[in-house]
Design a protein around this ligand. Structure first.
Ligand SMILES: Cc1ncc(COP(=O)(O)O)c(C=O)c1O
Length: 390
């Protein structure tokens, strides 16, 4: 049974769908966002690619890999917009961002612009390359909870300076789980001649996307979070005018032979995850892509509201800026140290507990195998601990 045949637009969402995944029973999995979860049917397709490879590795790398990757890239383009030749595969969003930032040819005094909600690994990447060149990273503080798109756009407008050469914005932020108005931010940057990259680590599968329509220079996303693909399937879209100067972090045989050739071969590796991205897409489409997005967004919002009500706190973003995740402020006075571990060990619930903007938050994900009872169980477990602490 292929991934596209394993489920249909009538397959009910909720705990019953867990049978299509290998997630351990007895645990409530409210953290799809960090590492995804791969459907069994997609894993079977990945195994089938490995079987083909192992039958004759020499023939596979000589004849099957190149066309296989390009066929997969066409499926990505069909799902996320643009042309197959503009999409290449990388390990993950972190790798894509490293490749782009390393290629910027920064000079002393240049400014790289991002927000205070930037993902930690990306902050490190910016700081590393800026420091080498004597450039500077400007982080625009965003309020938490977010106050709305207009305030964010205004803050970025004010922070763009004649020295800004590059900007990177999250499509969906990690800690605050907020959808940023990236098309509008890209427009501001374009007006000032600033190259802009969108970190869409969470976006493919969570949001309806037409990447070229966003008007950005580079867009990275992960297929291994919300698009049901195996881990290690990061994606990078590069606007045609930047392809000649965008290189992988690992230089190999493809150098000088163009963007696709450079990225499609960065040394011997297991390509099964990349080749299985179309199966993740097929699973998503078979369930009904719009149906999946609507379900997840509705459940993230309902689950987030349930938690905020239980804690008498608030969501980190206005409902209109939420996708398939929600961050909720934890009750005041609740010690967050060890909370994530004790939720895992004692309550068997996986959720992200973190400190951000001086206070504790819990981030929950909503995927097709979740249901409202999962969030109620999390609320009960946290409140139990809160009351015991008092
Ligand atoms: C906004 C953002 N950027 C980048 C990443 C990194 O993704 P990866 O570990 O796949 O490189 C994440 C991961 O959660 C993220 O949330």
């Amino acid at each position: 049974v292929t991934a596209g045949q394993a489920v249909s637009g009538n397959t009910p969402f909720g705990a019953g769908l867990r049978d299509h995944f290998s997630l351990e029973p007895g645990t409530r999995h409210l953290n799809h966002g960090s590492y995804g979860a791969v459907p069994k049917a997609v894993r079977a397709a990945e195994d089938a690619w490995r079987d083909r490879l192992e039958a004759n590795p020499t023939r596979f790398f000589a004849e099957a890999l190149g066309p296989g990757l390009r066929a997969a890239a066409e499926r990505v383009a069909d799902m996320l917009g643009g042309r197959g030749q503009d999409w290449i595969f990388v390990e993950n969003a972190t790798t894509a961002i490293n490749a782009v930032v390393a290629g910027l040819r920064l000079k002393a005094g240049d400014e790289l612009l991002t927000t205070g909600h930037v993902y930690g690994a990306v902050r490190n990447t910016l700081n590393f390359h800026a420091a080498r060149a004597g450039a500077r990273v400007v982080e625009v503080a965003l309020s938490m909870p977010a106050t709305g798109e207009e305030a964010i756009v205004d803050a970025i407008r004010q922070a763009l300076s004649p020295r800004t050469v590059f900007a990177i914005f999250d499509h969906v932020t990690s800690a605050s789980a907020t959808i940023l108005p990236v098309a509008e931010l890209a427009r501001l940057c374009r007006e000032r001649g600033v190259a802009v990259m969108i970190d869409g680590a969470h976006a493919p599968g969570m949001l309806a996307l037409d990447v070229p329509a966003l008007g950005v220079d580079w867009y990275t996303g992960n297929a291994h979070k919300w698009l049901f693909a195996p881990r290690g399937s990061g994606l990078l879209w590069t606007a045609p005018q930047h392809q000649a100067t965008t290189h992988p972090t690992v230089i190999s045989h493809g150098l000088g032979r163009g963007y696709v050739a450079e990225f499609d071969w960065t040394g011997t590796r297991d390509p099964a995850a990349w080749l299985s991205v179309p199966e993740g897409i097929a699973f998503h489409r078979a369930l009904g892509s719009q149906r999946v997005r609507d379900h997840n967004r509705g459940l993230a919002l309902a689950g987030g509201r349930l938690l905020a009500q239980a804690f008498q706190t608030e969501l980190a973003a206005p409902p209109a800026m939420l996708g398939s995740m929600a961050s909720v402020r934890l009750p005041a006075g609740l010690a967050t140290e060890g909370l994530r571990q004790s939720l895992r060990a004692q309550d068997r619930i996986e959720a992200v507990v973190h400190r951000f903007a001086g206070t504790g938050w819990v981030r929950v994900s909503a995927q097709v195998y979740n249901e409202l009872g999962d969030y109620q169980a999390l609320a009960d477990a946290i409140l139990r601990r809160h009351l015991a602490n008092k």
